[in-house]
Design a protein around this ligand. Structure first.
Ligand code: PBG
Length: 327
């Protein structure tokens, strides 16, 4: 037999050889932990659809900070669960609302952390939609005013980054203006620019109690069939002043993530491994069908390889521990 010309296996023969030729590495500083904070203690506790995820009451944040301290995780994404909801979602911009209270506490407990506040009305509206309604439709432009007030309140309460997630047109420009006119020029905007109308958000809607009471979110979130449209969404949000962009969900949209990574070289990209992605792994692992640790790390690595600079994941604390053990 003629000798083989190509032997790719030469580089895979030992762990040190594999390490030398490894192209992508997951690091704890890539990870952002989403956290649910409840205004009422009675709303705190484990989230049944997301094993291992817990909602903390504002008064329990000290315990949370102890868990986080020393983990190496550097950033949090905050979601609030208000005591009361109304048709306008006014709890979202209340200076004493749950997210503002949590931001002030966390700022004090964890001064070096980057605090990101999700900006959307769906957790605060009685109907569960991401904006104010006009009949049964979400009123884009009236919602922008509410998002401005919410983003400003969060910036003032200590958020380093505000992250509008409602897919309203003009949300980034509206928020940038409101921040700049009110002396919050240093607050960054991470836009959920490319957010698909996805069934993977199911467990989150339990956790944050924000399922729409009628209809769905397909009039503002993107059609999962579209990739080129994602480029357009990204372009517009960058022109409006976004500092960073997000793709969401992650695993089913790695092509989109990779496309944006190549198209917008100077822009930090985030990807959100959403609740459904997390809970599927948890459920299969609980059945003994997959290895949770290996699968979780493999999915996170693939998200990084596709082009994410930061990854929002409910596995952040576990992954931080696993990465530490591996190193
Ligand atoms: C909206 C928001 C949602 C998620 C993050 N921000 C829910 C939605 O759009 O219905 C989903 C996150 C997840 O599934 O983990 N505020």
């Amino acid at each position: 037999m003629t000798p083989l010309k190509f032997r790719m296996r030469r580089r895979r023969g030992s762990e040190s050889m594999r390490a030398l030729t490894r192209e992508t590495r997951l690091h704890v500083t890539d990870l952002v932990l989403p956290i649910f904070v409840a205004e009422r203690e009675s709303d705190a506790g484990p989230v049944s659809s997301m094993p291992g995820v817990e909602r903390y009451a504002v008064c329990q944040l000290e315990r949370f900070a102890e868990r986080l301290n020393g983990s190496g995780v550097l950033a949090l994404m905050l979601f609030g669960i208000p005591a009361k909801k109304d048709a306008e979602g006014s709890g979202a911009w209340n200076d004493d609302g749950v997210v503002c209270q949590a931001l002030r506490q966390l700022r004090e407990l964890l001064p070096d952390l980057t605090l990101i506040a999700d900006v959307c009305l769906c957790e605060y509206t009685s109907h569960g939609h991401c904006g104010m309604l006009n009949g049964e439709a979400v009123d884009n432009d009236r919602t922008l005013v509410a998002l401005q007030k919410a983003a400003l309140a969060y910036a003032r309460a200590g958020a380093d980054i505000v992250a509008p997630s409602g897919m309203m047109d003009g949300m980034v420009a509206a928020i940038r203006n409101a921040l700049d006119e009110n002396d919050q020029t240093d607050t960054a905007i991470l836009s959920y620019a490319v957010k698909y109308a996805s069934a993977f958000y199911g467990p989150f809607r339990d956790a944050a109690d924000c399922a729409p009471s009628f209809g769905d979110r397909r009039t503002h979130q993107m059609d999962p069939a579209n990739h080129r449209e994602a480029q357009r969404e990204a372009e517009i949000d960058l022109q409006e002043g976004a500092d960073m962009l997000m793709v969401k969900p992650a695993l089913s949209y790695l092509d989109v993530l990779s496309g944006l990574h190549h198209a917008f070289k100077g822009v930090p990209l985030a990807a959100y491994q959403v609740s459904g992605e997390y809970s599927m792994i948890k459920a299969a692992a609980a059945n003994g069908w997959i290895d949770e640790r290996k699968i979780a790390l493999e999915t996170l690595l693939s998200i990084k390889r596709a082009g994410a600079d930061m990854i929002l994941t409910y596995f952040a604390l576990d992954a931080a521990r696993w990465l530490h053990q591996d190193s």
